[in-house]
Design a protein around this ligand. Structure first.
Ligand code: FE2
Ligand code: FE2
Length: 474
């Protein structure tokens, strides 16, 4: 059980390392001031029905209660150590897992941790304004839960930086609080984390698509030969599952509501659907295309010597590395990647070691497709002839082999002019954004009430009813 009377709750025996404890206690007020500035707008007096980790055991690690968010106890939790754990892939395969940073990998490892850490506060910044236009108290509570946990994920990465990287680590921890999502001078590191999240449709898409990228990155790092990183990521993954649930169920509820209204009123043209105050399926498809494509870029170049290095060094594994049955060195294995040659999309085989980004992206796409299929079922059950589809992998990409090509959602290579002529059939237009924004002008805060554009969830949080007071505004 975690002791919450400590200044920084933890299960890493922080009290035994005074220097580290002091360094983190010094970072804590800077973190809180970041939260006051960049955390959810106007939320500082709210009491929110939140879950807090009380132990890292799989059963019952969370406890629910009302908490004022600035008083949320952001702590440091690692999965317990397995003394027998080894490095499971790469050239060090079979050696005992590292409990300290191997000198030769120090700077790569720091980079990996900083890049992961940077995404956590970024998403809180992106979602800062959404509490003002929530569709219900249930949803407001959920976004706040996601936000405090992203804050905790930042703590998790900052702990590693402070504990294992000395002065450089402390400087990186400060920079993590200094960058800002979307800032021109000091932006967040990765593209998708500088895109605005202007409305709740974008928020649910983000938690479905982009938090799931987070899951896949964490899964790859949970295989790391650097044991403290692996143990940290394992615990973060238990929290991530809820974020993706919020996204998937959020979109599913929006689709459900749209379909209900379409059926009741026997309409299907987008303008008629909009006139009834719900979001047309075409707009949902365009948001999907946008979030999917910018998230695919997060996996990096299709062929990457960095990815090969991370793997060979034993720092970042594949999705479910230890469950895969091969040599875990990838000495001879090949893997297909796409490229655009002479106006055509070709597939070629490259050494699997260099294609690890592409492989992780493919694992991700498989899971995304399954989620989109579940959304499709909602439409099918309503008897509406509309198909939600994932666009081609090359659509709207800015990183990797498709960069600079104009590829339609169905995978045709177009000229820039042709592409531009269809851009707003495929991606949300300024008009789409302003329509969605117009639906979300104020907060729906009555107990048990939901905005017109979204269906209620199947059940409440932690067995509570839908009309439970999930947030007290005071
Ligand atoms: Fe996270
Ligand atoms: Fe997340």
């Amino acid at each position: 059980m975690i002791n919450y009377t400590e200044k920084i709750p933890n299960n890493v025996d922080l009290g035994r390392d005074r220097v580290l404890q002091r360094a983190l206690e010094h970072w804590q007020p800077a973190y809180l001031s970041w939260w006051y500035d960049m955390g959810p707008n106007e939320s500082h007096n709210f009491e929110v029905y939140l879950r807090t980790a009380i132990s890292v055991e799989p059963d019952g690690w969370a406890q629910f209660d009302y908490i004022k968010m600035p008083e949320y106890r952001w702590g440091i939790f690692l999965q317990p150590r397995d003394e027998k754990r080894q490095v499971n892939f790469g050239i060090h395969k079979g050696q005992p897992a590292w409990q300290d940073v191997p000198g030769e990998y120090r700077s790569i490892l720091r980079r990996i941790i900083v890049t992961q850490g940077d995404t956590e506060p970024a998403s809180v910044e992106q979602q800062k304004m959404l509490g003002l236009s929530c569709p219900s108290l249930y949803d407001l509570r959920n976004i706040f839960q996601v936000n405090v946990e992203e804050g905790r994920h930042l703590w998790a990465m900052v702990y590693l930086l402070h504990r294992y990287f000395g002065r450089d680590g402390r400087e990186e921890a400060e920079s993590l609080l200094a960058r800002r999502s979307g800032d021109t001078d000091n932006p967040r590191i990765l593209g998708a984390f500088n895109e605005p999240t202007p409305d709740w449709l974008a928020f649910y898409m983000f938690t479905f698509f982009t938090d799931r990228d987070g899951k896949f990155q964490l899964c790859a790092l949970a295989e790391s030969g650097f044991d403290p990183l692996a143990r940290t990521c394992r615990f973060m993954l238990t929290e991530e599952a809820h974020h993706m649930f919020v996204g998937e169920s959020g979109i599913s509820r929006i689709i459900q509501r749209t379909c209900e209204v379409m059926k009741e009123n026997k309409v299907d043209a987008p303008a008629d659907v909009r006139a009834l105050g719900v979001i047309d399926l075409q707009t949902i498809q365009r948001y999907l295309n946008f979030h999917y494509s910018v998230t695919l870029d997060l996996y990096g170049s299709d062929v990457s010597s960095n990815a090969a290095n991370y793997y060979t060094s034993g720092l970042k594994g594949r999705f479910r590395e230890t469950k895969l049955e091969d040599d875990h060195i990838l000495r001879e294995a090949m893997y297909p990647v796409s490229e655009v040659v002479g106006g055509k999309i070709n597939t070629k085989q490259v050494p699997a070691l260099t294609a690890l980004n592409e492989r992780l992206r493919d694992d991700y796409i498989e899971e995304i497709q399954a989620g989109v299929n579940r959304w499709q079922r909602v439409i099918d059950e309503a008897g509406i002839p509309f198909r939600l589809t994932l666009p081609h992998k090359g659509f709207h990409r800015e990183i990797g082999n498709f960069t600079g090509h104009f590829i339609s959602p169905t995978g045709e290579i177009l000229t820039e002019e042709q592409w531009k002529a269809h851009e707003f059939e495929w991606l949300p237009s300024p008009k789409d954004y302003s329509y969605v924004q117009s639906l979300m002008s104020g907060r729906v805060a009555e107990l048990g009430k939901f905005a017109n554009w979204i269906a209620p969830p199947v059940k409440g949080v932690n067995g509570q009813p839908l009309d439970f007071e999930y947030v007290r505004f005071n």
